[in-house]
Design a protein around this ligand. Structure first.
Ligand SMILES: [Zn+2]
Ligand SMILES: [Zn+2]
Length: 199
């Protein structure tokens, strides 16, 4: 099985999944990778490392192989040929809203809004959007992890999360830091000022 994008029809379960490039003890399907076995490789269609769960592959399960996405923004890494990367679109005003995007071959396939304040050590995550044909493959989780990685130890909150089952399922699958306030954004005074709100 290949994780390659070539020939991967949207909506199918043929490989195209992604996770943050951090140590994972378990695969997408919950197998302990020390027991199931893990194969690390490299995808030459997008120049990104991959991992596979050997047991998932033996069982023919979906999402057995995933891209290991570097959580650094592409301009922060040594020069790379990677064509599946995280891009920062900084805010136009300090502590204003910026974006974190995932780009596949220079095309945006997902993104989220992000407010950060280094003075108050606070971060707010806005709506997470992933193109329909790339959903349920870990890309949204990569975006959230990339956002959270910008503010280790910050107090985090999110804007209102939809009550839909799919939105709640996504939210429930994230690795939120302790003390996160979901659906209750806590903007600091700098963010409010940048947002044009009364401070
Ligand atoms: Zn597995
Ligand atoms: Zn602030």
């Amino acid at each position: 099985m290949t994780a390659g994008l070539v020939g991967c029809s949207p909506g199918s379960d043929s490989g195209l999944s992604a996770r943050p490039a951090v140590h994972h003890g378990h695969c997408f399907n919950g197998h302990d990778l020390d027991i199931a076995g893990r194969t690390m490789s490299y995808d030459h269609s997008v120049y990104v490392p991959t991992s596979s769960c050997n047991l998932c592959q033996a069982l023919g399960l979906p999402r057995s192989t995933w891209f290991e996405i570097d959580l650094r923004f592409v301009h922060e890494t040594p020069p790379t040929d990677a064509e599946l990367v995280l891009i920062a679109r900084p805010p136009t005003a300090r502590a204003g809203v910026g974006q974190v995007d995932l780009q596949l071959r220079s095309q945006r396939i997902g993104g989220l809004d992000l407010w950060l304040c280094g003075i108050d050590r606070r971060g707010v995550i806005g709506p997470v959007g992933v193109d329909a044909s790339y959903r349920r493959r870990g890309f949204g989780t990569v975006l959230v992890a990339a956002a959270l990685a910008r503010g280790a130890g910050y107090r985090w909150s999110t804007t209102a999360i939809s009550e839909s089952a799919s939105a709640r399922a996504f939210c429930a699958a994230q690795y939120w830091p302790d003390g996160v306030h979901l659906s209750r954004p806590h903007y600091c005074s700098h963010m409010k000022f940048a947002n044009g709100d009364e401070v």
